[in-house]
Write a protein that binds this ligand. Structure first.
Ligand code: AMP
Ligand code: MG
Length: 486
């Protein structure tokens, strides 16, 4: 087959950045590529042909055994604060094949995750396991269906090789699609290891790619900072509203585009508790659910720092400008979050008392160990019966206040119900369901993952077939733990 039957249409703007930002690197071929999952809908929207992608030549592309026409594989350089500590990082187990130009003229990165060692691999093997790559596939696609900006998953292949972790695992490669892989850490890298001119070219590149409306403005770098703050606020708010915990919000895992990236130890919260942490390595709770907005602000401060030389030639002036931009974060976050919570409660208009009304509900949920998703589902459908929370007199009191509040708006009860349906998912990728799917998949049974992907693809459908997936896990002695997908 010709390499382009599949519809690859690459234009690789990243290779035109200064050479310090990447190193050219081909994937290391693997023994026996086997296609596990292919995302047909996504492939179509990228201008790729599903039938051709299923053929051997394309599976070889997803495995890194063949380079598609027009691709210019490279590993990106970046740095980052990992749990607060600054390190030089880079794509140690990822290779960018190139940028696909879609039929709509959009530019997206096509990246292989797990394709072998690169210049930035340090002690790692550059490989990834089947379980973690399928986990990223399931959760990133669920996030997309929830309406949350995210990198997407195009394909998973098995390599026919084993990788060594705690135990032996099937090696696998995920093909990831992203608006770009520019990170806060890319800017930290430019600021720390490049010349000011390199940093400027990087910023110009990011503005051109993600914020083209700012290009002509004489204050474009300050506006760029403000726009990235806005997109991150919007993103983190969306995480909070569905109970998503990223788990490793290091600055290298925070995108300039405002997409969720790097599904390692992430997980969705069942029982509402702001202190919820799943990651085995997050012993201090730095990246706990309730801490995510604060950490986003901290990461954005690191971003602002790296932009200082571009903001103003006088450093004091530059610091002032950065501080002014960052000072907007708390208010911006609160406004976004309140707007989202009002929707979850079926409220169209604003009242002063909304903030305490919402806080009271969350406090009661925490006190009575209520399931986050199911509490809002029950409120949506008026099924507030059973369970500690709904039986408590304090909840009944809260419920009356909320009903009265809902009455104080022009919109009908039906409209309010519809708003709640559209704002409260019936289903999230619950940890026990994801684990069950992965366990079957690594043993060769993909049907459980297929079914899970199907019900997750329309989380606001509230369809009968979703009901069995709504059940929270049985309380167990051992809390759920996640691990970095290494
Ligand atoms: P992550 O935790 O996935 O955000 O990765 C943090 C850093 O470790 C990045 O620079 C990765 O490229 C690198 N890394 C993670 N796993 C591996 C691996 N198996 N081999 C080489 N580098 C890795
Ligand atoms: Mg990362």
């Amino acid at each position: 087959m010709t390499k382009n039957e599949a519809g690859w249409n690459f234009d690789n703007s990243y290779t035109r950045l200064p050479g310090i930002f990447f190193s050219r690197q081909n994937p290391t071929p693997v023994k026996e590529p086997q296609l596990v999952f292919l995302n047909g809908g996504l492939a179509n929207s990228l201008g790729l042909k599903v039938e051709a992608l299923q053929r051997e030549g394309s599976v070889a592309v997803f495995a890194g055994n063949q380079i598609p026409e027009g691709a210019e594989p490279l590993a990106q350089a970046y740095a980052g604060h990992q749990f607060g500590h600054f390190n030089m990082l880079g794509d140690g187990r990822a290779i960018l094949l190139g940028e696909q130009i879609t039929p709509e003229g959009e530019r997206v990165d096509i990246q292989l995750k797990g394709p072998g060692r690169t210049k930035y691999s340090r002690g790692g093997d550059g490989r990834a396991g089947l379980g973690p790559m399928l986990r990223e596939y399931i959760i990133s696609e669920a996030m997309h269906a929830l309406g949350i900006p995210t990198t997407r998953s195009l394909a998973v292949v098995m390599t026919g090789e084993q990788i060594i972790r705690d135990t032996m695992q099937h090696g696998a490669i995920l093909t990831r699609v992203a608006a770009s892989h520019l990170r806060v850490g890319t800017f930290q890298y430019g600021a720390n290891f490049g010349k000011v001119e390199d940093l400027r070219l990087l910023a110009d590149y990011a503005i051109n790619r993600h914020y083209p409306a700012l290009e002509a403005d004489e204050n474009k770098y300050l506006l760029f900072l403000k726009e990235v703050i806005k997109r991150q606020v919007s993103l983190i708010t969306k995480w909070q509203l569905v109970g998503f915990i990223h788990g490793v919000m290091n600055t290298d895992n925070m995108t300039i585009s405002g997409e969720t990236i790097d599904y390692g130890p992430c997980a969705f919260m069942d029982t509402y508790d702001p202190a919820t942490v799943f990651s085995s390595i997050d012993r201090e709770g730095r990246y706990a659910y309730g801490n995510q907005p604060y950490i986003a602000g901290w990461n954005l401060s690191r971003f602002a720092e790296s932009l200082l030389p571009l903001l103003h030639e006088d450093e004091d002036q530059a610091v002032k400008m950065a501080e002014e931009a960052l000072s907007e974060f708390p208010e911006l976050f609160e406004a976004n979050w309140l707007a989202g919570m009002r929707k979850k409660l079926g409220l169209f208009n604003e009242e002063k008392g909304d903030k305490p009304l919402i806080a009271d509900l969350l406090n009661l949920m925490q006190k009575h160990k209520a399931d986050f998703t199911n509490t809002f589902r029950a409120l949506t459908f008026g099924k507030v019966e059973g369970g500690d929370l709904f039986q408590s007199p304090e909840f009944k009191e809260w419920h009356e206040k909320w009903q009265a509040r809902r009455g104080r708006q022009e919109q009908t009860k039906e409209a309010s119900h519809q708003l709640m349906r559209d704002s409260n998912p019936a289903i999230i990728p619950r940890n026990h369901r994801v684990e069950e799917a992965l366990e079957a998949a690594v043993k060769g049974d993909l049907s459980v993952t297929e079914k899970l992907l199907e019900v997750l693809s329309n989380p606001y459908a509230h369809s009968p077939e979703q009901t069995e997936f709504c059940t929270p896990p049985a309380p167990s002695a051992k809390p759920y733990r996640t691990f970095c997908g290494t």
